[in-house]
Design a binder for this molecule. Structure first.
Ligand SMILES: Nc1ncnc2c1ncn2[C@@H]1O[C@H](COP(=O)(O)OP(=O)(O)OP(=O)(O)O)[C@@H](O)[C@H]1O
Ligand SMILES: [Mg+2]
Length: 217
């Protein structure tokens, strides 16, 4: 199975949520996970290397940087059919090299925020997928959500997302929390787990209930 964290908006929480979700799948769901960092900034991979210093805690999964020429369709199909869950973390740019992975992932996870700039970029991403006829199921996660803030465009933005038949909004947001800024690739602290569990449980439930997604978590 392939789950890809993507969106054209930089800094929306892709890498943070990709790390948290990978840790969650291994620690809470006892899944076998393999991560591919497909971002030229290599944030996930750098974090993974840094975390080698945490010698007392075993690693939860391997992280590799994607060598583009290795990502042939055949390899993508092997990953789709595998019991293992392959997590891809993409850069915050629209790039043709991402076409295959966006198209053939079992689903896309798209963190987004309700600020004006972020909303526009998220809509650009949705339009892009529709123009190039990518019909992969997309799960939108409200990221860095501020409980006390009145997001004026929340209703309009949800409507715009829901216009796309492949789009699903995860109702439970991931709130803005300091503990998520210090996440590592080997642990999920009590606070971090508390911050992501309801959102990830809803995400997994919705993925498993989707008739378009053949494999289940
Ligand atoms: N729920 C959250 N609460 C607080 N801070 C967060 C949260 N999610 C992400 N952040 C912080 O926001 C910043 C951007 O997050 P992150 O690097 O995960 O985004 P990204 O989408 O991967 O960015 P890029 O497009 O550059 O790859 C980081 O400093 C991260 O620690
Ligand atoms: Mg990132």
């Amino acid at each position: 199975m392939i789950i890809t964290f993507a969106t054209q908006k930089g800094g929306s929480g892709k890498t943070t949520l990709a790390i948290a979700f990978s840790n969650f799948l291994v620690l809470e769901k006892k899944k076998k996970v393999h991560v591919y960092d497909y971002d030229f900034q290599k944030s996930f991979y750098s974090k993974f290397l840094e975390d080698k210093d945490l010698v007392d805690i075993p690693k939860l999964y391997d992280v590799d940087v994607v060598e583009e020429e290795e990502l042939k369709l055949e390899r993508i199909y092997d990953m789709k059919e595998s019991e293992e869950i392959f997590i891809f973390d993409l850069a915050g740019t629209l790039d043709q090299r991402y076409d295959d992975i966006l198209r053939y992932s079992d689903c896309l996870v798209i963190p987004f925020e309700y600020s004006d700039v972020s909303a526009k970029s998220t809509l650009v991403f949705i339009n892009f997928t529709s123009i190039v006829e990518i019909t992969t199921e997309m799960f939108f996660i409200k990221s860095r959500y501020d409980k006390g803030y009145n997001y004026l465009n929340e209703v309009g933005m949800n409507e715009a997302i829901n216009e796309n038949i492949n789009a699903h909004i995860i109702d439970c947001p991931v709130y803005k929390r300091n503990c998520l800024q210090t996440i590592n690739t080997r642990e999920l602290s009590k606070n971090q787990k508390y911050a992501v569990k309801p959102t990830f449980e809803e995400l997994i439930r919705k993925i498993n209930n989707s008739s378009e997604i053949k494999v289940k978590i």
